[in-house]
Structure formats: structure tokens, C-alpha cells
Design a protein around this ligand. Structure first.
Ligand SMILES: Cc1cc2nc3c(=O)[nH]c(=O)nc-3n(C[C@H](O)[C@H](O)[C@H](O)COP(=O)(O)OP(=O)(O)OC[C@H]3O[C@@H](n4cnc5c(N)ncnc54)[C@H](O)[C@@H]3O)c2cc1C
Length: 421
């Protein structure tokens, strides 16, 4: 059977590995991180196609996959409700999805501490060269190595992430640490608060040991705030020892003064419920928000998937769903082209034709939803999008839901058990 080399052992790489293995491919995943990725990450919004994709990977999808909420609510600065909306959804965590996808893959197929350095192609194979000097030969290579993809940097150096003009402060807060008032306001809904040019949102997710039992859950918050690219952002990316982290600063290295300033702003700008979760979060951190569009996804025997291919701002809540859908399209395309004799390269071209346009569409939609947080709005389109998507009604109706969610009754809805959870 053909051998698939997969660079990157996060969610896109694991989904591709499971799906290709289930179609008879010989797969190996190479992850640069030395130790397990377990224990990292925060909250993830699910969509029906993500749950379908997990099942296709061999993962067991049942009510423990996440926390069910029936709808949405927006709080004003004084804590009163300014709007509500029905929107049933299952909210989960990165860690929970990581294990659902990691479990079906045999340990012998998952290699930690292997950093891909470059890719070489011959007429009939692809060779992966690693930073430890080792190499592996396969029939195809999947670049699932994230937003700073080494595979993309080599094959498509012009495609680079573009800073969106704002950051997301994020964190997880233990349910047990919260006051009754905050718990009651926040744990039954997907909640929002909309200070001028900013957006706070949050939802309940599984807590320690993936427990979704009330009392043991956590609250995941994401607070989008404009940050100027030239002056402020570079300063925030410098740690307390003076070292600069351009590709993103690890949470434990963020200078305390930015966290203290963020706490003070939370008290000043957010509803009391949200200010409380911010102050009680275990280790708040921030991530600059980027857009990334790849004009090509297939390069002979090599293809890009997940964040290596496209990064959409999180407002569409599509990062993981898109990664799993990419992996499914790639696995179906190459297994079909291999079986009918057209070969791997033809299958990867079919994959590109399927997924490149949808990647562009997802990034565009996320740009529109995020326009009102941008520090600078330079075009008339950006200003129009900013005006359209800044009200509580539009934010609740459009954030992390598909555009056709309400209008296309043929779409697959949540599994039947979701409403019973
Ligand atoms: C530890 C972690 C936690 C995350 N938590 C969240 C979260 O809470 N919420 C959220 O919305 N998104 C989170 N994400 C991002 C989310 O996983 C992605 O947006 C989405 O699932 C697409 O995943 P991906 O596999 O394409 O990219 P990523 O998840 O970024 O994974 C890329 C993987 O490739 C590895 N890699 C990079 N370069 C190389 C190389 N040269 N050789 C080998 N391996 C390499 C990285 O170490 C990483 O494991 C997290 C990502 C990681 C890695």
C-alpha cells in the first residue's frame, strides 16, 4: 500500500492519519514537539460536519464530546441582558478532540520530536528530511504543520499570515471557582459582551479529566481587542527577560504588566460576570489574530491541509472543522485516484480543486465578521462589514454558526442525543 508521511501531529495531522489509515494507507505522523501535546489548548466550537468527521476518523462521538448549550445571550456592561437567541450547539475543548483523534492511531505511528526541515520529490516518491538528520521516504506527504508551516514556506513562500489588527485574550476558568451569579449567567449559554470595537465571548467546556458534569466544567473566554501592529503588539510580544517572541509568546512568559492592565480593563469594560471569569482564569494568554490564504494546496506528491493551508479568524469557529474536512477530502481523493490507477498526484489535484475555493470563502467570511475589531479600517468594504456586524443581534446570529444554519433545513443538525445532554 502507498505510504503517507504526515508533518504535524495536531488535529489536522491526526485526522489525516486516521482517515488515510482507514483507507488502507501506511501512515506515519511526525510531530516536532518532544513531549505529548496533551494538556494544552482551550475551547472549540463544534459543527455537525466536525462531529461527522470525527466519526469517520474512528473516534467515539457521544454526549461526553462536549457541553450542550441551547442558545446565546449578550450582557451589557452593568450585567443586564441585552439580547438572547436560540442556537443549539456543542462546545468542546482542544484537548478532548486531541484525544478522540489520537486514540484510534497506534503509538508506533506517532513520532514525537521529529521536526520536518525540507521536502524533496523524485519521479516516484517524496522524501522528508528532519532536523535530526534522519529522512523518510513515502508516496505522499501531507503538510499539517500549522500556521507557520515549514512545508508551505518551502513550496509557497509568498503565502504568509497577515495580522488582522487585533488580538484575542483567552483563558479557562474553573466552574467551581465562580460565584453563583456568574455561574448561573454563563454556564447555560454561549455568552457575549460587546464593548466599543471589542468583543468578549465565552462558553462552558469540559473541565479537568474531560468531565462535563455540572460543577466540574470550565468556562472558556475569548476577548478580541484591537492592538496596533507597529508599536503595541511588538511590545506585548517581549517577555519579562526582554526576549521577543514574534511567532507568538508562550502563556507563562507574558509580561505580568500586560495581564494586570487587561484585568483593570476587564473591570472597566466588561459585564461583572465576564470580569469575574477573566480575573479567575488559570493562566490568561493572548494570541494575535491572522488571516492566511494559500493560492495552491497541491504540489506534486505534497499537499497542505488545516492551518498550514488557510487560517480564518476564529469568529467563524471553523478551524478544527475545516482541518477535519480538508483531511477527509484529501483521504477520499487520493484513495480514489490510487484505486483507479490515476496516481497520487491526480488525487491531490482533485483535493485542491475541492478545498481551495472553500478555504477562500471561509477566510473571507471571517474577515467580515471581525472587521469591527480591526485597529484600522482602510477600505469601504471593511467599513461596511464593520457597521453590519457590530450589533448584539448580528453577532449572536453569525458568530461560529454557518451562514446557512437557519436557512437550509436539509443540513445535518446536531445528533439526536445533543438535546438530552
Ligand atoms: C497545542 C495546541 C493547542 C491549540 N489549542 C487551540 C484552542 O484551544 N482553540 C482553537 O481554536 N485552536 C487551538 N489550536 C489550533 C487548532 O488546533 C487549529 O487551528 C486547527 O485545529 C487546525 O489544526 P492544525 O493541525 O492544522 O494546526 P495546529 O494545531 O497548529 O498544528 C500544527 C502542528 O504541527 C507541528 N509542527 C509545526 N511545524 C512542524 C515541523 N516543521 N515538523 C513537524 N511538526 C511541526 C506543531 O507543533 C503542531 O503540533 C491549538 C493548536 C495546538 C498545536
Amino acid at each position: 500500500m502507498p505510504r503517507a508521511l504526515i508533518a504535524g501531529g495536531s488535529l489536522a495531522g491526526l485526522a489525516a492519519a486516521n482517515l488515510l489509515a482507514r483507507r488502507g494507507f501506511d501512515v506515519d505522523v511526525f510531530e516536532r514537539t518532544e513531549t505529548s501535546l496533551e494538556g494544552r489548548g482551550a475551547g472549540i466550537v463544534t459543527h455537525p460536519e466536525l462531529l461527522d468527521g470525527l466519526e469517520a476518523c474512528g473516534a467515539r462521538v457521544d454526549p461526553t464530546v462536549g457541553v450542550y448549550v441551547p442558545g446565546r445571550v449578550t450582557y451589557a456592561r452593568d450585567g443586564s441582558v441585552v439580547g438572547t437567541r436560540d442556537a443549539p450547539q456543542i462546545l468542546t475543548s482542544w484537548q478532548r478532540l486531541y484525544w478522540l483523534l489520537r486514540e484510534p492511531l497506534p503509538d508506533a505511528r506517532y513520532h514525537l520530536g521529529r521536526r520536518l526541515e525540507r521536502v524533496e520529490q523524485t519521479a516516484g516518491s517524496v522524501i522528508a528530511h528532519f532536523s535530526d538528520g534522519s529522512r523518510e521516504t513515502g508516496d505522499l506527504l501531507v503538510g499539517a504543520d500549522g500556521i507557520r508551516s515549514q512545508v508551505r514556506a518551502q513550496l509557497l513562500p509568498s503565502a504568509v499570515p497577515q495580522y488582522a489588527g487585533y488580538v484575542a485574550w483567552r483563558g479557562l476558568t474553573a466552574e467551581a471557582s465562580l460565584s453563583d451569579a456568574a455561574r448561573e449567567a454563563l454556564f447555560c449559554k454561549f455568552a457575549f459582551c460587546l464593548p466599543e470595537s471589542e468583543q468578549m465571548l465565552g462558553y462552558p467546556v469540559a473541565g479537568q479529566r474531560n468531565s462535563v458534569a455540572p460543577g466540574t466544567r470550565a468556562f472558556n473566554f475569548v476577548w478580541y481587542r484591537p492592538v496596533d501592529e507597529c508599536e503595541m503588539l511588538p511590545r506585548m510580544l517581549i517577555d519579562a527577560s526582554g526576549r521577543r517572541h514574534d511567532a507568538g509568546i508562550p502563556p507563562h512568559l507574558i509580561d505580568r504588566k500586560w495581564i494586570d492592565a487587561m484585568y483593570a480593563d476587564a473591570d472597566r469594560l466588561l459585564s461583572p460576570q465576564f470580569a469575574e471569569v477573566v480575573r479567575k482564569a488559570d493562566q490568561p494568554f493572548f494570541q494575535p489574530i491572522f488571516d492566511l490564504v494559500s493560492p495552491r494546496l497541491a504540489f506534486g506528491r505534497v499537499a497542505l491541509i488545516g492551518d498550514a493551508a488557510f487560517v480564518a479568524r476564529p469568529h467563524v469557529g471553523m478551524g478544527v472543522a475545516k482541518a477535519v474536512s480538508d483531511a477527509l477530502a484529501l483521504a477520499d481523493s487520493v484513495s480514489a485516484s490510487w484505486s483507479d490507477g490515476r496516481g497520487i498526484e491526480a488525487g491531490l489535484r482533485d483535493y485542491e480543486a475541492m478545498r481551495q475555493p472553500s478555504g477562500v470563502a471561509i477566510v473571507d467570511r471571517a474577515r467580515q465578521l471581525g472587521a469591527y475589531m480591526q485597529a484600522q479600517l482602510s477600505t469601504p468594504e471593511q467599513r461596511a462589514a464593520a457597521a453590519r456586524y457590530r450589533t448584539p443581534e448580528s453577532v449572536m446570529a453569525e458568530t461560529a454558526l454557518h451562514a446557512d444554519y437557519w436557512t437550509n433545513p436539509g443540513r445535518r443538525r446536531l445528533p439526536a442525543w445533543a438535546g438530552l445532554a
